[in-house]
Design a protein around this ligand. Structure first.
Ligand code: NAP
Length: 216
């Protein structure tokens, strides 16, 4: 797949690198330092390069949006017309000082994005995972158990492409339903992050749903 990365920080940098290592063509874009994008492309290896958001969007089949919520309008304006493209968002709709959500309850960042980027096929994915775990999950991808990663969206074809990408980087994709499910996954992600990183000695979180086989 040809993938454009809009925002090449902790999330975009790591995910773009893994997409390239999994065999996709990747363009890293949107950093205040061009040299950072070039360094990421070098590290990611064959199939990766640095570019502007416009260049990242130009031939991309799929775009990853990985910027702070306050930068969304700017990066979309720089990317230009992205109608028809799959737009995967991991961006949470956080306020300026990252203390709360600016869209919640009756909508979500993913749904607000779908209104901003009219015509793009928005899928919410990757945002439920802290960036720190991506490389370790990728390294362990041939092991017996893969961690689940939920995604949601309204376009079934776009979701199928994103599920492939999720699988490529070592996770087991779980279709959580329509894009509106992001109303629940976005605040849940924030809650988990808050608890895990609370103070210097946050709790070790376990969240598991057991499956019971029906006894006949
Ligand atoms: N980090 C996580 O673990 C995590 C987990 C779940 C969801 N998310 C969400 O993912 C999104 C990206 O998070 P992140 O941690 O990857 O952010 P980040 O490391 O700060 O990366 C943001 C990217 O936007 C770029 N950018 C370009 N112009 C900018 C400007 N004027 N001001 C600020 N940034 C500018 C940054 O460039 P520079 O290279 O110049 O900094 C960087 O490439 C956020 O919406 C966040 O809520 C993050």
């Amino acid at each position: 797949m040809r993938i454009g990365i809009l925002g090449s920080g902790l999330m975009g940098g790591k995910l773009g690198t893994l997409f390239a290592r999994a065999g996709h063509d990747v363009v890293f874009s949107y950093s205040r330092e061009r040299s950072k994008l070039e360094g990421l492309a070098r590290e990611a290896g064959r199939g990766a390069r640095a570019g502007t958001p416009r260049e990242a969007a130009q031939d991309a089949e799929l775009l990853l949006l990985a910027v702070h919520w306050s930068r969304v309008d700017d990066v979309l304006a720089q990317a230009g017309d992205i109608s028809g493209r799959i737009l995967v968002t991991c961006s949470l709709p956080m306020n300026a000082d990252d203390t709360g959500l600016v869209v919640a309850h009756t909508s979500s960042g993913a749904e607000a994005l779908a209104k901003k980027a009219r015509g793009a096929r928005v899928v919410s994915a990757f945002g439920t995972v802290p960036s720190e775990v991506f490389f370790a999950v990728y390294e362990a991808r041939d092991g017996e158990r893969r961690p689940s990663l939920v995604y949601s969206g309204d376009d079934e074809e776009a979701k199928a492409e994103v599920a492939t990408l999720i699988r490529d980087i070592g996770f087991d994709p779980v279709d959580a339903g329509p894009l509106a499910i992001a109303r629940y996954s976005e605040p849940f992600t924030l809650l988990m992050g808050r608890l895990a990183y609370e103070g210097d000695d946050g709790p070790a979180l376990a969240y598991r749903i057991e499956r019971y086989e029906e006894r006949s």
